[in-house]
Design a protein around this ligand. Structure first.
Ligand SMILES: Nc1ncnc2c1ncn2[C@@H]1O[C@H](COP(=O)(O)OP(=O)(O)OP(=O)(O)O)[C@@H](O)[C@H]1O
Length: 268
């Protein structure tokens, strides 16, 4: 049971999660083809929200709406609202480069820069002016690698190329790189699907730890993974959110037949 610091049980009001990001009546088209239909979904602060559903149902498209990555795809048209702390992220006044420092992203395939481990972390903070002196950058590199659970494995070889690390280490390096610019939200698009089971378990443990400080939204094909890491889960099908609930309820007591069919393996 959720408790207060003094051990007393939390009231329903205290347990109410805070909305960090929100989509309202969100529709998206690639050219003439509609990919998202009337999405209404909240992502709660300091929680992990999993997006599940069969291939092509719009999970990655929705994830990319949350930090305007779809802006980079020609022919994309979007209707509706996406907010961060109640502010419209599609407002004309929003600096998209800065927005993506608040809302970082980790991709399916680890994609470290072809630079040293140190430079992978230091590059963006230097660019954004958040770390200027060498000692500030040293501290930032160390703290980011520590938070991503990679420091002990790389502390003595910060000058070696990030691309020489194992796949799982590269993915944690990419997570450290996202953390280094001090984001509030981290979007993850199947972050463990290219990793072996051991590296997957390490990344999952890391996600679990990171949620104490960050809001995380993760796309996954792996239902067990959603059950392990996410407090909340949204089931997407054919561009729509069929059902959203806390993960335990969605997996054990789904309201919609389509959700039940999917989680019991009848399609997908
Ligand atoms: N860049 C693009 N241009 C045109 N159509 C696209 C583009 N990206 C995705 N789509 C289409 O949008 C729909 C949703 O795709 P999306 O990649 O968001 O689904 P997904 O649920 O993440 O799938 P998967 O699990 O296979 O990654 C699909 O029909 C897909 O073909």
């Amino acid at each position: 049971m959720a408790q207060n610091a003094d051990g007393s049980p939390m009231t329903a009001e205290q347990k109410q999660p805070t909305v960090k990001m929100s989509a309202r009546d969100l529709n998206l088209w690639y050219g003439d083809t509609q990919a998202l239909y009337d999405i209404n979904l909240d992502c709660y602060s300091r929680e992990v929200t999993a997006l599940i559903g069969p291939s092509g149902c719009g999970k990655s498209t929705f994830l990319r709406c949350l930090n305007r990555m779809n802006d980079l795809i020609p022919q994309v048209r979007l209707q509706g609202d996406v907010t961060l702390d109640g502010e419209d992220i599609y407002d004309h006044s929003v600096d998209v480069v800065q927005l993506r420092t608040f809302i970082g992203m980790v991709f399916q395939k680890p994609n470290p820069f072809p630079k040293s481990i140190y430079e992978n972390i230091a590059y963006a903070p230097r660019l954004h002016g958040t770390g200027t002196s060498r000692s500030e950058l040293d501290d930032l590199v160390e703290s980011s690698l520590k938070r991503a659970g990679l420091w002990n494995e790389v502390a003595d070889r910060l000058d070696t190329p990030g691309t020489e690390l194992s796949g799982g280490q590269q993915q944690r390096l990419c997570i450290a790189r996202a953390i280094a610019v001090n984001p509030e939200v981290i979007l993850m698009d199947e972050p463990a699907s290219a990793l072996d089971p051991l590296a997957t378990a390490t990344v999952e443990a890391l996600i679990h730890e990171l949620k104490d400080n960050y809001t995380i939204v993760i796309v996954t094909h792996n239902l067990q993974q959603a059950a392990r890491v996410a407090g909340y889960t949204a089931f997407f099908h054919m561009g729509k959110v069929v059902e959203f609930n806390d993960t335990d309820t969605l997996f054990t007591n789904p309201k919609e037949q389509r959700t039940e069919d999917y989680i019991t393996g009848r399609f997908g």
